[in-house]
Design a protein around this ligand. Sequence first.
Ligand SMILES: Cc1cc2nc3c(=O)[nH]c(=O)nc-3n(C[C@H](O)[C@H](O)[C@H](O)COP(=O)(O)OP(=O)(O)OC[C@H]3O[C@@H](n4cnc5c(N)ncnc54)[C@H](O)[C@@H]3O)c2cc1C
Length: 315
Amino acid sequence: MFSKFISEAQQAGISRERLLENVELAPLTTFNIGGCADLFFEAQTAPELAAAVMAARLGGSDWFVLGRGANILVADRGFRGVVIHNRASAIRVNRQASTLTAESGAICYPDVIEAAVSAGLSGLEHYVGIPSTIGGALWQNLHFLSPPPARERTVFLEEVLTSADLLTEEGELKTVGCDYFKFGYDYSILHDRDDIVLSATFRLEPGDEPRMREIMAANLEWRRDRHPPLDTEPSVGSIFKKIEGIGAGRLIDQCGLKGSRIGGIEITHRHANIMINRGGGTASNVREMIQMVQDVVKRETGHALVPEILFVGEF
Ligand SMILES: Cc1cc2nc3c(=O)[nH]c(=O)nc-3n(C[C@H](O)[C@H](O)[C@H](O)COP(=O)(O)OP(=O)(O)OC[C@H]3O[C@@H](n4cnc5c(N)ncnc54)[C@H](O)[C@@H]3O)c2cc1C
């Protein structure tokens, strides 16, 4: 079934031993949910990532690039194709130019943020504690609240992105500027095009390290107070898209749905827009819970909730 992909991958220099069969995806997601990938490859560098994606395209296999697995729900039956796990994680800081370039599999926190802050460069510290690779962060235009005490607005990753190297949908290797991504709230062009981010460059500002560390500590505390800890209460963060001026979580809370449970999945008491895996939770449980919440909120408030997470695999 995958012979064409395997032969293309081998021609691109990827050995057969590195193409693994029936790999469980649950441990590679923050929800700890999901079945197996038929075929699985771990890309260690940006050229390997590009080669694997090209091989999958030429081989005619379904494929999926997996980052930190923090914004996806993988089906219980898994993925019938090739999952390319992006572990390309080189990071380069240029202090003189105040820039940081990271391969797209680099983990935002601690790896990328620590590299910036310890070099005295400011602009990425807001995103401390958010599970994400750089590729996933561009896909979703990572965002958080501006620093305390004001916290007057939302800051977005697009504000510091200058350029990115892509493997485009058409198979070209290309450097693009920030505008290319048409960023919005929880949106980039990557939702609508099969471009793959290989690396990204950020223009940062020389900053005061103690002040940056203060912001990081405050943001981590904010998260600890409001979000379930991933190690004991696995989740994918917010399930539903924000409703401007109202808040999806507030509507769910108003309907008295905190604490609702289906199988191993529970709406946490800490935050009504977050579901946690209490152990043994399945993707079907999550889908059922999403449907139930949508039905109740629509009936009680008239608002239609839309999931912000991506559903991956055979549902
Ligand atoms: C506890 C918790 C808290 C969170 N808090 C926040 C928050 O405060 N702010 C916020 O913005 N988000 C938050 N999130 C959501 C999540 O962290 C982000 O959406 C994150 O950017 C997802 O990145 P990822 O690497 O996990 O992507 P994945 O979930 O692995 O993938 C998501 C999508 O990105 C695509 N993708 C991944 N890499 C690439 C690439 N190199 N090129 C092209 N496409 C790619 C994938 O194919 C997939 O379509 C939170 C999640 C959790 C679990």
